[in-house]
Write a new protein. Structure first.
Length: 262
């Protein structure tokens, strides 16, 4: 169980919950998204925001073995008209899970904690396998039933989709919602009452990921990892590769593990 970091001297803090200061920090950042604010409150960020979230994910490794990957707070503003330097969320993943494809995602913001998992931004070959299996008369209904069960257990089904069913499939297909999906995510949010205590947060994350696990098992069995080289997975080549076949959350979805981690 490894925690991936670039700073060798940084040790994950024990998780004791999220304090009122955690959520006040995000509220302050939304009012003043500047380097001056971030530097002035860096100690609070390191201990009660990023440090606390990393501590949560590290504590969950006992139940969900893998590696913790935390993401940078800086926004890439090179090609954006929005020049605010910092993200208003803090997030991380448990990745490299033995025998599992999907990462386990946790995100903090002013609104609280969001926990999710699923297949985020499926690659071209994954999309082909996903759509063919969803359309299958015997295998496809299983995914629909499993997702319905997860929703009844309190999870939200989300993910980016096409505006309509992809070419080659019946526009009135009974599982047209799934056929249009480019990613399939399951998660839910926990709002703070000023703070969030340790035991409540740990139980919330465990219950969320366990409720999603039957769907992940279906996806691993029928879709699995991409076998395409990276340059063909998501670019123009990926679009061409998927069109003949007949998709790991935006700010609230699980980010790709290939993103830069800190």
């Amino acid at each position: 169980m490894t925690v991936l970091r670039t700073r060798d001297d940084a040790v994950p803090l024990p998780f004791t919950g999220f304090t009122a200061g955690t959520f006040r920090w995000f509220a302050g950042l939304e009012r003043d998204n500047s380097r001056e604010y971030f530097q002035r409150t860096r100690d609070l960020y390191d201990s009660e925001v990023r440090g606390a979230l990393e501590g949560l994910l590290t504590a969950l490794l006992r139940s969900f073995p893998g590696e913790v990957r935390m993401f940078r707070p800086n926004r890439d503003v090179r090609f954006s008209p929005d020049k605010r330097p910092y993200k208003t969320t803090c997030y991380g993943l448990i990745v490299n899970r033995p025998g599992k494809v999907a990462g386990l995602y946790a995100q903090l913001s002013r609104k609280g904690l969001y926990v999710a998992t699923g297949y985020y931004q499926m690659a071209a070959d994954q999309l082909g396998r996903f759509r063919e299996t969803v359309a299958h008369p015997r295998r496809g209904p299983g995914l629909q039933r499993l997702c319905a069960t997860a929703v009844r257990r309190g999870l939200e089904l989300s993910g980016r989709s096409l505006a309509t069913v992809p070419r080659g499939f019946d526009r009135d297909h009974p599982r047209r919602r799934f056929l249009a999906m480019k990613e399939l995510l399951l998660g839910r949010s926990l709002a703070p009452r000023e703070s969030l205590d340790r035991s409540r947060v740990l139980a919330f994350a465990r219950d969320t990921w366990r409720a999603a696990d039957p769907v992940l098992t279906w996806l691993d069995r029928h879709v699995g990892e991409s076998t395409l080289p990276p340059e063909l997975r998501w670019g123009r080549g990926a679009s061409r590769a998927s069109s003949g076949a007949g998709a790991r959350v935006r700010s609230r979805g699980a980010p790709r593990a290939r993103s830069r981690a800190d």
